[in-house]
Ligand binder design. Structure first.
Ligand code: ADP
Length: 224
């Protein structure tokens, strides 16, 4: 873990430092365009560092057992609509269709709102990140028994190679080494949250066909 973190922290730190040193040395000779570019790149580096540190913090809280569940009744149709809305623009710009099939009549589930929100955020943002123009991303939910609702987050994107599938929930596992923009912690956080809720979950994926994440949530039962 430390080796991975050090590597991921060092790369953006090194280029932020490089750009800032250049700015300091050449500040009087740089044209405005170059100046903006150097500042922009430094800012992107700090954003990347911030994401990584935030995700590490969140993951360590989940894995240490310090994050206690604060369950409440949640209407999935409302939560999913709220989570999807801010992704719409990004999806449209990439030519990706977002679909939601979560019936409003489904009973409320019993879950920690902030954490369940995070699960949807991570899964939907991954699907949008890895999908290409013409693909679609769908969130579906259905009641599968007296006590449970099954949720699917699926896409028609590039899929995950078979040899990576079993390790995809591990920290820092990146299926496609070309995609260096991710932190490799998103699915480890999803796993930590679903484990904390004692949910069953799984993933199916086929290269060039798409990926389907599935998890089961308990229906809320008021105390009688
Ligand atoms: P990252 O920050 O790299 O996205 P994640 O833990 O969220 O880290 O995901 C781990 C890896 O799983 C990704 O690097 C990517 O290779 C693969 N992956 C996750 N979701 C998808 C998806 N919807 N389609 C294709 N590959 C995916």
């Amino acid at each position: 873990l430390i080796a991975n973190v050090s590597h991921d922290l060092r790369t953006p730190l090194a280029y932020i430092q490089g750009y800032l040193e250049t700015l300091l040395m050449k500040k009087d000779d740089l044209d405005p365009e170059r100046l903006t570019k150097y500042l922009q790149t430094s800012l992107e580096g700090t954003e990347r560092l911030k994401n990584l540190v935030d995700e590490l913090f969140e993951l360590s809280r989940l894995e240490s057992g310090n994050r206690k569940l604060d369950p409440e009744p949640i209407l999935l149709a409302e939560l999913v609509a709220d989570v999807m809305k801010p992704f719409q623009l990004q999806a449209t710009e990439k030519g990706i269709e977002l679909n939601m099939d979560v019936p409003i009549e489904l009973p409320a589930v019993n879950a920690d709102l902030a954490l369940l929100d995070r699960v949807f955020q991570n899964l939907i943002s991954n699907s949008i990140k890895y999908c290409n123009q013409g693909d679609s991303v769908s969130v579906k939910a259905e009641r599968i028994s007296e006590n449970a609702i099954q949720v699917f987050v699926e896409d028609t994107g590039p899929g995950i190679a078979k040899e990576n599938l079993s390790k995809i929930f591990d920290r820092f596992k990146r299926g496609d080494q070309l995609h260096r923009e991710g932190t490799g912690l998103g699915l480890a956080i999803v796993k930590g949250i679903l484990d904390l809720h004692q949910c069953e979950y799984g993933i199916k994926s086929e290269e060039r066909k798409g990926t389907q994440f599935q998890f089961t949530l308990a229906i809320y039962r008021p105390l009688t």
